[in-house]
Design a protein around this ligand. Structure first.
Ligand code: COA
Length: 562
């Protein structure tokens, strides 16, 4: 079927739905709903049989929805109305929620129901939920709705019957997010932080200034005066509550009227110069099972399997993140395991170098250079591992250098809902992370060149078909870590494993003789150096716009209907 996707941004959900509809044999095209006229023109040109809106911040023009069947993806259960559904789900402590596909109508979210798919709500941030459980439900609900529409026999269910109770929930304002540090329990504080993560954050007063707090994780041991910063860890701050404490990884300064646009940064960096003298309290790499605290890198070992888990906000890896992860990787290599699983956490695997940290640096060119070198050091360590099998386990999406980090492993396992963006074009970069070695090795030279040039998202299923990934893991976002661990244990039990490890060492020796890794790195970094240190290179403007979420940033339009 010819399906036109109309979306406010080519975001992860839109990418997933587009990929899923293609995988099901439909021909989806995309129109960005920047203006009504753009949508009308796309409809005229593409002449779709059906219009689907996976993520829309504005209403569709009436002349479009009255002439075509338009299905709107709403992240709420039947009857739920309003623009902040997931915020309300988290705020009200809902254990189950749903995604409903509605027909566009004169009243927002009040159209007939084509499909609804429920999902569990774990204690995670809103964006993580959106990309995880809600994303899975949305893909399933759209598939069902499209199938029903295609059958020509399905009658959508009106919302004005006795079975559907309409609940209008208003836009979730900062007043409702406000934290009362002296009165709110840790659980309440965490719920408020999760409901605002990753955007818009919770507006709060901190050290005499207005900040948005981004991310929130429990802490079981540290205590202090409610609201006070009591410790730091890996760039995050720990603030006491009335009955415990919470970790907050990132902060964004409130923009002053007429002042420059502000953006998120690791909390400790953002507060540099005004942070009180509090201890840095590192978490042990191998955290005891009973601890309830935050750490972005952790290691676990079960028999022959080592698991190096990492999770950075937005999948962005700064110089410091890369160096800490490399140190942890080296520790993992010192352990007597035969299979090492890299990743395995839910949500983003990695989105490459940390553009916000780079943008905030006194010298962004120098910081870009330090970051890409730190990333390359990490990737090189993975590529040079010849005494065990390394598996990259992607519970969620990966992009740019983050995909290449995964490709350095011997096997890439992707959760079925993951979307890969194996290219650097959106940031105007040639790229590094040894991609010129690993990408052609996996998909061949021509396809590698096409992936880079077309800069299109690739679904996990398509990644396996292309050879970018090896195994598709059908698991929920919560179930993925255990499923990946189970698969790794199975792999460690294969009789042929020792032989495979020996072969891998031989291949590395052969490849090194043909062209040393140092040569790949040198060639890639030469191009990157020119980009970083040329002040008028488009990378700087693209990065600036991306970090500040300004139009004119990365070309995210994807394949627009023509
Ligand atoms: N550095 C800093 N922040 C990053 C980032 C990076 N490399 N990649 C993603 N993020 C952040 C985004 O700013 C966003 O933050 P927010 O939640 O506070 O809004 C969050 O991660 C999710 O990204 P978003 O762009 O909203 O998700 P998406 O699913 O629509 O798109 C990508 C995902 C990866 C395609 C897109 O974020 C992107 O192009 N990232 C840059 C990749 C890159 O060029 N890396 C550097 C070269 S190695």
């Amino acid at each position: 079927m010819r399906i036109l996707l109309v979306a406010s941004a080519f975001n992860s959900l839109t990418q997933r739905i587009q990929a899923d509809l293609s995988d099901r044999g439909h021909t989806p095209a995309l129109a960005l709903a920047t203006e009504d006229e753009v949508v009308r023109a796309a409809v005229r040109r593409y002449a779709p049989e059906l219009i689907v809106a996976p993520m829309l911040r504005t209403a569709l023009p009436e002349d479009v929805w009255s002439a075509h069947t338009c299905l709107i993806v709403h992240p709420g259960p039947p009857g739920d109305r309003g623009p902040s559904s997931l915020d309300w789900a988290i705020h009200t402590g809902a254990e189950r929620w749903a995604v409903t596909v509605l027909q566009a109508d004169a009243e927002m979210d009040a159209g007939d129901i084509w499909a609804t798919v429920p999902f569990e709500v774990p204690a995670v941030g809103k964006s993580d939920l959106y990309r995880g459980e809600a994303g899975d439900a949305a893909v399933a609900a759209v598939a069902l709705a499209v199938e029903r529409f295609a059958s020509g026999r399905h009658k959508p269910q009106p919302q004005h019957g006795p079975e559907v109770e309409a609940v209008c929930r208003p836009y979730f304002r900062q007043e409702a997010r406000r934290i009362d540090w002296s009165a709110d329990s840790s659980e309440t504080v965490l719920r408020k932080l999760r409901g605002a993560d990753s955007q818009p954050g919770v507006l709060d007063e901190l050290l005499g200034a207005q900040w948005y707090l981004h991310g929130g994780h429990p802490e079981d041991e540290l205590r202090g005066i409610p609201g006070a910063i009591v410790a730091t860890r890996a760039g995050a701050i720990c603030r006491a509550t009335r009955d415990g404490a919470v970790w907050i990884p990132e902060l964004r300064r409130r923009r002053t009227p007429g002042g420059p646009v502000t953006f998120k940064r690791p909390a400790v960096d953002a507060l540099a110069g005004c942070l009180p003298p509090v201890p840095e309290v590192p978490a042990p790499l191998e955290l005891p099972g009973h601890r309830r605290t935050w750490t972005d890198i952790g290691y676990r070992e079960d028999g022959e399997v080592g698991r190096l888990r990492f999770s950075f906000p937005g999948g962005a890896m700064s110089t410091a993140h890369c160096r800490r992860l490399l140190a942890a990787y080296r520790f993992a290599l010192s352990r007597p395991t035969s299979v090492l699983v890299l990743g395995g956490a839910r949500d983003f695997f990695s989105n490459g170098i940390h553009l916000n940290v780079i943008e905030a640096a006194a010298d962004p060119a120098e910081e870009s250079w330090a970051n890409i070198n730190a990333m390359d050091d990490l990737v090189e360590a993975v590529l040079r591992t010849t005494d065990r099998l390394v598996v990259a386990a992607l519970g969620g999406n990966a992009a740019a250098g983050g995909v290449m980090l995964a490709l350095a492993a011997d096997e890439v396992w992707c959760r079925a809902g993951a979307v890969l963006n194996p290219h650097y074009r959106l940031m105007g970069l040639y790229g590094s992370e040894y991609w010129t070695y690993t990408l052609p090795r996996r998909v061949g030279g021509d396809r590698a060149e096409r992936l880079m040039r077309e800069a299109a998202p690739v679904s996990a299923a398509a990644a396996v078909a292309l050879g970018l990934a090896d195994r598709l893991v059908t698991a929920s976002p919560e179930g993925f870590p255990d499923e990946a661990a189970r698969m790794a244990e199975q792999m460690a039990g294969y009789r042929a494993l020792a032989r495979r490890i020996a072969d891998k060492g031989a291949v590395r020796v052969r490849d090194e003789a043909a062209k040393p890794l140092a040569a790949y790195r040198h060639e890639e970094l030469n191009r990157m150096h020119r980009t970083f240190f040329r002040a008028d290179d488009p990378y700087h403007a693209l990065r600036r716009a991306f970090v500040r979420k300004e139009a004119g940033g990365a070309d995210r339009a994807g394949p627009v209907a023509t």
